[in-house]
Design a protein around this ligand. Sequence first.
Ligand code: NAD
Length: 260
Amino acid sequence: ALVGKVAVVTGSTSGIGLGVARALAKAGARLVINGLGEAKEIDKTRRRLAEQFRVDVRYDNSNLMESAGVARLIDGAVNAFGQVDILVNNAGIQHVAPVEEFPGDKWDAILALNLSAAFHATRLVLGAMKENGYGRIINIASAHGLVASPFKAAYVAAKHGLIGFTKTVALEAAEFGVTANAICPGYVWTPLVERQIDEQAAAHGIPRDQVVRDVLLAQQPNKRFATVEEIGALAAFLASANGASITGTALPVDGGWTAH
Ligand code: NAD
Protein backbone atom coordinates (compact mmCIF):
# COMPACT_ATOMS: atom_id res chain seq x y z
CA ALA A 1 0.00 0.00 0.00
CA LEU A 2 3.03 2.28 0.46
CA VAL A 3 4.98 1.12 -2.60
CA GLY A 4 7.28 3.90 -3.83
CA LYS A 5 6.70 6.13 -0.80
CA VAL A 6 9.76 7.40 1.06
CA ALA A 7 9.77 7.12 4.86
CA VAL A 8 12.21 8.59 7.36
CA VAL A 9 12.03 7.01 10.80
CA THR A 10 14.15 8.67 13.49
CA GLY A 11 15.73 6.47 16.15
CA SER A 12 15.05 3.28 14.23
CA THR A 13 18.14 1.23 15.05
CA SER A 14 16.26 -0.42 17.94
CA GLY A 15 12.96 -0.73 19.74
CA ILE A 16 9.79 0.93 18.53
CA GLY A 17 11.50 2.81 15.69
CA LEU A 18 12.80 -0.44 14.23
CA GLY A 19 9.33 -2.00 14.60
CA VAL A 20 7.83 0.93 12.70
CA ALA A 21 10.55 0.76 10.03
CA ARG A 22 9.82 -2.96 9.51
CA ALA A 23 6.08 -2.35 9.17
CA LEU A 24 6.59 0.46 6.62
CA ALA A 25 9.11 -1.62 4.64
CA LYS A 26 6.65 -4.53 4.66
CA ALA A 27 4.08 -2.20 3.08
CA GLY A 28 6.64 -1.35 0.38
CA ALA A 29 8.04 2.00 1.49
CA ARG A 30 11.63 3.00 0.79
CA LEU A 31 13.35 3.83 4.04
CA VAL A 32 15.87 6.00 5.76
CA ILE A 33 16.68 4.55 9.16
CA ASN A 34 18.55 6.56 11.77
CA GLY A 35 19.93 6.17 15.25
CA LEU A 36 22.99 5.57 17.33
CA GLY A 37 24.84 2.34 17.95
CA GLU A 38 27.41 -0.11 16.64
CA ALA A 39 28.01 0.52 12.90
CA LYS A 40 28.35 -3.20 12.06
CA GLU A 41 25.16 -4.18 13.89
CA ILE A 42 23.25 -1.35 12.25
CA ASP A 43 24.44 -2.32 8.80
CA LYS A 44 23.20 -5.86 9.46
CA THR A 45 19.81 -4.45 10.46
CA ARG A 46 19.75 -2.29 7.31
CA ARG A 47 20.60 -5.20 5.02
CA ARG A 48 18.07 -7.50 6.68
CA LEU A 49 15.29 -4.94 6.14
CA ALA A 50 16.26 -4.41 2.49
CA GLU A 51 16.53 -8.13 1.70
CA GLN A 52 13.45 -9.28 3.59
CA PHE A 53 11.12 -6.65 2.16
CA ARG A 54 12.91 -5.92 -1.15
CA VAL A 55 13.00 -2.15 -0.64
CA ASP A 56 15.81 0.43 -0.67
CA VAL A 57 17.01 1.16 2.85
CA ARG A 58 19.59 3.81 3.74
CA TYR A 59 21.11 4.43 7.15
CA ASP A 60 21.86 7.93 8.45
CA ASN A 61 23.86 8.27 11.67
CA SER A 62 22.94 11.91 12.42
CA ASN A 63 22.65 12.83 16.07
CA LEU A 64 19.28 14.58 16.38
CA MET A 65 20.12 16.32 19.64
CA GLU A 66 21.13 19.35 17.50
CA SER A 67 19.04 20.95 14.76
CA ALA A 68 22.02 20.63 12.37
CA GLY A 69 21.83 16.84 12.74
CA VAL A 70 18.12 16.89 11.93
CA ALA A 71 18.81 19.00 8.83
CA ARG A 72 21.52 16.56 7.70
CA LEU A 73 19.08 13.64 8.05
CA ILE A 74 16.33 15.29 6.02
CA ASP A 75 18.70 16.69 3.36
CA GLY A 76 20.27 13.23 2.99
CA ALA A 77 16.86 11.61 2.49
CA VAL A 78 15.79 14.16 -0.11
CA ASN A 79 19.11 13.88 -1.96
CA ALA A 80 18.89 10.09 -2.04
CA PHE A 81 15.19 9.56 -2.74
CA GLY A 82 13.91 12.92 -4.05
CA GLN A 83 11.37 13.55 -1.31
CA VAL A 84 10.05 12.51 2.10
CA ASP A 85 6.44 11.26 2.13
CA ILE A 86 6.27 9.80 5.62
CA LEU A 87 8.12 11.22 8.62
CA VAL A 88 8.10 9.25 11.86
CA ASN A 89 9.50 11.23 14.77
CA ASN A 90 10.40 8.46 17.16
CA ALA A 91 13.88 9.05 18.62
CA GLY A 92 13.57 9.62 22.33
CA ILE A 93 15.30 9.23 25.66
CA GLN A 94 14.16 9.03 29.26
CA HIS A 95 15.51 10.00 32.66
CA VAL A 96 13.86 9.17 35.96
CA ALA A 97 14.41 11.38 39.04
CA PRO A 98 12.41 13.53 41.44
CA VAL A 99 11.96 17.16 40.29
CA GLU A 100 14.24 18.61 43.01
CA GLU A 101 17.05 16.30 41.91
CA PHE A 102 16.38 16.35 38.15
CA PRO A 103 19.64 17.38 36.40
CA GLY A 104 19.24 20.47 34.22
CA ASP A 105 21.29 18.97 31.41
CA LYS A 106 19.00 15.90 31.30
CA TRP A 107 15.96 18.19 31.09
CA ASP A 108 17.54 20.07 28.16
CA ALA A 109 18.53 16.85 26.36
CA ILE A 110 15.07 15.27 26.71
CA LEU A 111 13.33 18.41 25.45
CA ALA A 112 15.83 18.66 22.56
CA LEU A 113 15.43 15.08 21.30
CA ASN A 114 11.85 14.16 22.29
CA LEU A 115 10.27 17.47 21.28
CA SER A 116 12.49 19.94 19.38
CA ALA A 117 13.87 17.35 16.92
CA ALA A 118 10.30 16.57 15.82
CA PHE A 119 9.71 20.28 15.17
CA HIS A 120 12.94 20.71 13.18
CA ALA A 121 12.27 17.64 11.03
CA THR A 122 8.62 18.50 10.42
CA ARG A 123 9.50 22.08 9.50
CA LEU A 124 11.85 20.78 6.79
CA VAL A 125 9.44 18.28 5.15
CA LEU A 126 6.02 19.91 5.48
CA GLY A 127 6.22 22.39 2.59
CA ALA A 128 7.01 19.72 0.00
CA MET A 129 4.36 17.38 1.44
CA LYS A 130 1.72 20.12 1.06
CA GLU A 131 2.83 20.74 -2.54
CA ASN A 132 2.65 17.01 -3.30
CA GLY A 133 -0.83 16.67 -1.82
CA TYR A 134 0.23 13.74 0.33
CA GLY A 135 2.20 13.46 3.53
CA ARG A 136 2.15 11.71 6.86
CA ILE A 137 3.71 13.00 10.08
CA ILE A 138 3.62 10.33 12.77
CA ASN A 139 4.94 11.33 16.17
CA ILE A 140 5.70 8.63 18.70
CA ALA A 141 4.49 10.31 21.88
CA SER A 142 3.46 8.21 24.88
CA ALA A 143 0.71 7.57 27.38
CA HIS A 144 2.88 10.12 29.22
CA GLY A 145 1.75 12.65 26.61
CA LEU A 146 -1.76 12.31 28.04
CA VAL A 147 -1.20 11.64 31.75
CA ALA A 148 1.73 12.02 34.15
CA SER A 149 3.70 9.74 36.42
CA PRO A 150 6.06 10.80 39.22
CA PHE A 151 9.82 11.18 38.53
CA LYS A 152 9.44 11.82 34.77
CA ALA A 153 9.17 15.62 34.68
CA ALA A 154 11.07 16.24 31.45
CA TYR A 155 9.64 13.26 29.56
CA VAL A 156 6.03 14.06 30.52
CA ALA A 157 6.53 17.74 29.60
CA ALA A 158 8.13 16.85 26.25
CA LYS A 159 5.46 14.28 25.31
CA HIS A 160 2.58 16.60 26.26
CA GLY A 161 4.32 19.24 24.12
CA LEU A 162 4.70 16.80 21.24
CA ILE A 163 0.95 16.13 21.20
CA GLY A 164 0.25 19.88 21.17
CA PHE A 165 2.67 20.32 18.29
CA THR A 166 1.02 17.42 16.42
CA LYS A 167 -2.39 19.11 16.65
CA THR A 168 -1.04 22.41 15.29
CA VAL A 169 0.62 20.70 12.32
CA ALA A 170 -2.60 18.77 11.64
CA LEU A 171 -4.64 21.98 11.46
CA GLU A 172 -2.14 23.76 9.21
CA ALA A 173 -1.82 20.83 6.80
CA ALA A 174 -5.35 19.43 6.80
CA GLU A 175 -6.43 20.87 3.45
CA PHE A 176 -3.34 19.61 1.67
CA GLY A 177 -3.69 15.84 2.05
CA VAL A 178 -1.16 15.83 4.87
CA THR A 179 -2.02 14.31 8.24
CA ALA A 180 -0.25 14.54 11.59
CA ASN A 181 -0.95 12.15 14.44
CA ALA A 182 0.62 11.05 17.69
CA ILE A 183 0.81 7.41 18.76
CA CYS A 184 0.76 7.06 22.53
CA PRO A 185 2.18 3.71 23.63
CA GLY A 186 1.93 2.51 27.20
CA TYR A 187 4.82 0.26 28.21
CA VAL A 188 6.50 -1.54 25.32
CA TRP A 189 9.38 -3.90 26.11
CA THR A 190 12.41 -2.18 24.52
CA PRO A 191 15.96 -1.25 25.58
CA LEU A 192 14.61 2.10 26.83
CA VAL A 193 12.32 0.36 29.31
CA GLU A 194 14.99 -2.19 30.24
CA ARG A 195 17.34 0.67 31.25
CA GLN A 196 14.57 2.35 33.23
CA ILE A 197 13.98 -0.57 35.53
CA ASP A 198 17.18 0.08 37.50
CA GLU A 199 16.51 3.82 37.72
CA GLN A 200 12.94 3.19 38.91
CA ALA A 201 14.19 0.65 41.44
CA ALA A 202 16.53 3.31 42.87
CA ALA A 203 13.92 6.10 42.80
CA HIS A 204 11.25 3.98 44.51
CA GLY A 205 13.68 1.98 46.68
CA ILE A 206 12.30 -1.42 45.55
CA PRO A 207 13.73 -4.48 43.68
CA ARG A 208 13.60 -4.89 39.89
CA ASP A 209 10.86 -7.53 39.69
CA GLN A 210 8.67 -5.38 41.90
CA VAL A 211 9.26 -2.43 39.53
CA VAL A 212 7.90 -4.46 36.61
CA ARG A 213 4.84 -5.65 38.55
CA ASP A 214 4.00 -2.67 40.78
CA VAL A 215 5.31 0.33 38.81
CA LEU A 216 5.33 -0.43 35.07
CA LEU A 217 2.43 -2.83 34.60
CA ALA A 218 0.49 -1.35 37.53
CA GLN A 219 -0.55 1.33 35.03
CA GLN A 220 -1.56 -1.09 32.32
CA PRO A 221 -4.94 -2.77 32.98
CA ASN A 222 -4.33 -5.57 30.46
CA LYS A 223 -1.14 -6.52 32.38
CA ARG A 224 1.04 -7.02 29.33
CA PHE A 225 3.62 -5.00 27.46
CA ALA A 226 2.54 -3.71 24.05
CA THR A 227 4.74 -4.96 21.20
CA VAL A 228 6.77 -3.03 18.66
CA GLU A 229 4.81 -4.91 15.95
CA GLU A 230 1.54 -3.45 17.28
CA ILE A 231 2.97 0.08 17.15
CA GLY A 232 4.39 -0.55 13.66
CA ALA A 233 1.04 -1.82 12.33
CA LEU A 234 -0.74 1.31 13.55
CA ALA A 235 1.88 3.57 11.97
CA ALA A 236 1.52 1.73 8.66
CA PHE A 237 -2.26 2.14 8.81
CA LEU A 238 -1.97 5.88 9.51
CA ALA A 239 0.41 6.18 6.55
CA SER A 240 -1.95 4.33 4.20
CA ALA A 241 -4.70 5.85 2.04
CA ASN A 242 -7.25 4.61 4.60
CA GLY A 243 -5.66 6.89 7.19
CA ALA A 244 -6.49 10.03 5.18
CA SER A 245 -9.21 11.33 7.53
CA ILE A 246 -7.40 10.60 10.77
CA THR A 247 -5.51 13.74 11.75
CA GLY A 248 -4.70 15.73 14.87
CA THR A 249 -5.24 12.71 17.10
CA ALA A 250 -3.32 11.18 20.00
CA LEU A 251 -3.98 7.45 19.76
CA PRO A 252 -3.31 5.40 22.90
CA VAL A 253 -1.87 1.88 22.51
CA ASP A 254 -1.72 1.30 26.23
CA GLY A 255 -3.88 -1.65 27.29
CA GLY A 256 -6.41 0.72 28.88
CA TRP A 257 -3.99 2.81 30.97
CA THR A 258 -5.39 6.21 29.99
CA ALA A 259 -8.98 5.00 30.44
CA HIS A 260 -8.40 5.31 34.21
P1 NAD B 1 15.09 2.68 22.36
O1 NAD B 1 16.06 3.20 23.36
O2 NAD B 1 14.97 1.21 22.15
O3 NAD B 1 15.33 3.34 20.95
C1 NAD B 1 15.62 4.71 20.83
C2 NAD B 1 16.17 4.98 19.45
O4 NAD B 1 16.55 6.35 19.38
C3 NAD B 1 17.44 4.17 19.14
O5 NAD B 1 17.45 3.85 17.77
C4 NAD B 1 18.54 5.17 19.47
O6 NAD B 1 19.76 4.89 18.76
C5 NAD B 1 17.90 6.44 18.98
N1 NAD B 1 18.53 7.63 19.55
C6 NAD B 1 18.85 7.88 20.84
N2 NAD B 1 19.44 9.07 20.96
C7 NAD B 1 19.51 9.59 19.71
C8 NAD B 1 20.03 10.80 19.15
N3 NAD B 1 20.60 11.73 19.94
N4 NAD B 1 19.92 10.99 17.81
C9 NAD B 1 19.36 10.06 17.01
N5 NAD B 1 18.84 8.91 17.47
C10 NAD B 1 18.93 8.68 18.81
O7 NAD B 1 13.69 3.32 22.82
P2 NAD B 1 12.17 2.92 22.49
O8 NAD B 1 11.56 2.37 23.75
O9 NAD B 1 12.04 2.17 21.24
O10 NAD B 1 11.56 4.37 22.31
C11 NAD B 1 11.27 4.95 21.07
C12 NAD B 1 10.26 6.06 21.26
O11 NAD B 1 9.06 5.52 21.82
C13 NAD B 1 10.72 7.16 22.23
O12 NAD B 1 10.30 8.42 21.76
C14 NAD B 1 9.98 6.82 23.50
O13 NAD B 1 9.76 7.92 24.31
C15 NAD B 1 8.68 6.25 22.94
N6 NAD B 1 7.93 5.41 23.87
C16 NAD B 1 8.47 4.24 24.34
C17 NAD B 1 7.72 3.47 25.22
C18 NAD B 1 8.23 2.17 25.78
O14 NAD B 1 7.58 1.61 26.67
N7 NAD B 1 9.31 1.63 25.28
C19 NAD B 1 6.45 3.89 25.62
C20 NAD B 1 5.95 5.07 25.13
C21 NAD B 1 6.70 5.83 24.24
